[in-house]
Design a protein around this ligand. Structure first.
Ligand code: FE2
Length: 260
């Protein structure tokens, strides 16, 4: 079976790239399940219920997220309601939403998805490695096919998670830095890995934001209102082929496609 994971969708520009390319990718590669990181889908910061619904209507099966999921308060209730929308599992207990789920493809194959956030140069959260242990154990009683979105800043922490979960999950996919890394591979235990899947949005920009504004911020160190860049949008993602019986990755392929 084939699973497409699309990297961080940034604002309207990213949603446009997704709508241009998604259906062709699904048809071309016979994709069974689509996961998208949507934490920046609403004007570059956070997600709204309406935009989450639009993404599901587009054909997305699961939306993962990260630190920016909390930016728009209106999503909090939706996190409790919508089981296909995940936020990192390692936030303090009692917060809205959930960090993992069990989903089914149209042919009935069960797929577990786990969303975690790194702690290096990020929020002071529970240990993502120990939280992963518990969630993997729970999901493996239902299916051997499990994908992990590890939303982190530091390459080292993401690589460590890849090796830590090697042989226990089908893929560990890094998100958050918005720049696709060229290190995709299948680790020795059968887990597909990439340090960062990249982003879906404007590439004529600083990680999706208008470059003039990002430069101004670095030059002045003053607060600057960031806007999503509009030109030259592309979709970045990764395609993972998984053995449906064992959950082992059989193939991994990076995707970078310009929007129409
Ligand atoms: Fe992030």
């Amino acid at each position: 079976m084939k699973i497409l994971f699309v990297g961080d969708v940034v604002g309207r520009t990213g949603r446009h790239a997704l709508s241009c390319r998604l259906h062709r990718l699904i048809d071309e590669h016979q994709i069974d399940l689509v996961i998208v990181n949507g934490e920046n889908a609403a004007a570059g910061f956070g997600l709204t219920a309406r935009i989450a619904d639009d993404l599901f209507d587009m054909g997305i099966d699961v939306i993962t997220s990260g630190n920016h999921i909390w930016d728009k308060r209106e999503i909090y209730e939706h996190l409790d309601r919508e089981e296909r929308l995940l936020r990192p599992a390692n936030y303090p207990p009692g917060l809205p939403g959930r960090g993992s789920g069990l989903f089914a493809t149209s042919s009935g194959i069960k797929v577990g998805v786990i969303n975690l956030e790194g702690r290096v140069f990020m929020n002071n959260l529970d240990c993502p490695f120990r939280v992963a242990d518990q969630l993997v154990r729970e999901l493996r009683s239902h299916t051997p096919i499990i994908l992990v979105d590890f939303h982190g800043e530091a390459t080292s922490e993401k690589m460590a998670m890849g090796y830590y979960l090697d042989g226990q999950v089908s893929a560990v996919i890094g998100t958050h830095t918005h720049v696709q890394t060229a290190d995709e591979r299948i680790l020795s235990g059968g887990t597909a890995y990439i340090t960062d899947v990249g982003m879906t949005g404007s590439r004529d920009a600083v990680i999706g934001i208008r470059k003039e504004l990002a430069i101004e911020k670095f030059l002045t160190q003053l607060p600057v209102r960031f806007d999503v860049a509009k030109k030259d949008s592309w979709l970045c993602g990764i395609l993972v082929e998984v053995d449906g019986e064992t959950g082992r990755a059989l193939g991994v392929q990076r995707i970078q496609e310009a929007a129409d």
